[in-house]
Design a protein around this ligand. Structure first.
Ligand code: ASP
Length: 314
């Protein structure tokens, strides 16, 4: 174990929406476990970028969340995945959108960042790239749960009143992580199957740099969740960091930005953020958001708006 020079912090979310009781326990346990796994990278001297990838992969592998395994289906009953990752040291970014049959899109996004001259690959091109760099594909059925099949069979209403549906129980559980490591470097990652019954080819905020996430050592790192079209319109992640740059406390920056999105485009959502000095914030305007954070060997977590539980890490 190394002596941390600066305070390392890792925060994760498991999606902002009206999480039903039957999914609440699995969601909270899932974010707690992801936060522990991500923080252990920081604690052993790893960088923020590795920590957010580990945390997001843990949630992509967990069928409680709409990312990787457990993803929602589009109108054609297919899984199309979006993800981004960003390194606050250099603003290096990688993203994939509308990619199919990939269990860990966040790692494919990282490969785009590290092995191409581009920032985002989409659809067929992203899948061809996965093949080229040896990222295995998995059959669609392995990514889809029985719960999702049943929900998808219910009347399909995505194109009518999506915002109302979003705040009811029709969308779920994008995952994300932000971290600052012991050198003061920040990173973010976000991964999602999107919104149930989305049109084929629909891409939301999650893989879009500045909307679904952003990381800059000069201000902080953010990962967003919520109604993607609303998040895109207000470029939520950058908006939050803009307020930090203007001198707001990070918690205030998240709060005013979510309020702005609600008032300006009537969109609900949530965000997690961390600054290079180790301040962190979580907030959401939906009914619930599963989140967890580790700081000074204490695990914080919650689900309902007033929750802030804590336990010592073993
Ligand atoms: N933001 C995601 C999207 O619109 C959904 C979510 O966060 O639940 O694709």
């Amino acid at each position: 174990m190394i002596d941390l020079k600066m305070k390392a912090v890792l925060v994760v979310h498991g999606g902002a929406w009206a999480i039903p009781e039957e999914l609440s326990k699995a969601s909270v346990e899932g974010v707690q476990s992801a936060a522990r796994q991500g923080f252990s990278v920081l604690k052993s001297g790893g960088c923020a970028l590795d920590a957010v990838e580990v945390a997001v992969r843990a949630m992509e592998d967990n069928t409680a969340f709409d990312a990787g395994h457990g993803s929602v289906l589009n109108t054609d009953g297919e899984v199309e995945l979006d993800a981004l990752i960003m390194d606050g040291r250099t603003l290096a970014s990688g993203a994939v959108s509308s990619v199919k049959n990939i269990a860990n899109p966040v790692s494919l996004a990282r490969a785009v960042m590290e092995k191409t001259d581009h920032v985002m690959l989409t659809g067929r091109g992203a899948n061809l790239f996965a093949e080229r760099v040896g990222v295995h594909t998995v059959p669609t059925e392995t990514l889809v749960t029985e719960y999702e099949r049943k929900e998808w069979e219910k009347p399909k209403k995505y194109m009518t009143g999506v915002k109302e549906l979003f705040n009811s129980q029709w969308a779920h559980d994008t995952v994300g992580a932000v971290a600052v490591d012991c050198s003061g470097n920040v990173a973010c990652a976000t991964s999602t199957g999107g919104i149930r019954n989305k049109m084929v080819g629909r891409v939301g905020d999650s893989p879009v740099i500045g909307s679904g996430g952003y990381a800059d050592n000069h201000s902080g790192a953010v990962s967003c969740t919520g109604h993607g079209e609303s998040i895109l319109k207000v470029t939520l992640a950058r908006l939050i960091l803009f307020h930090v740059e203007q001198g707001k406390e990070v918690s205030q920056a998240v709060e005013v930005s979510l309020r702005y999105m609600d008032e300006r485009v009537q969109g609900g959502g949530g965000a997690i953020a961390v600054t290079p000095s180790g301040k962190w914030a979580i907030n959401f305007t939906t009914e619930r958001m599963a989140w967890a954070a580790v700081e000074n060997d204490v695990l914080w977590y919650g689900l309902d708006p007033s929750d802030k539980f804590q336990e010592e890490l073993q």
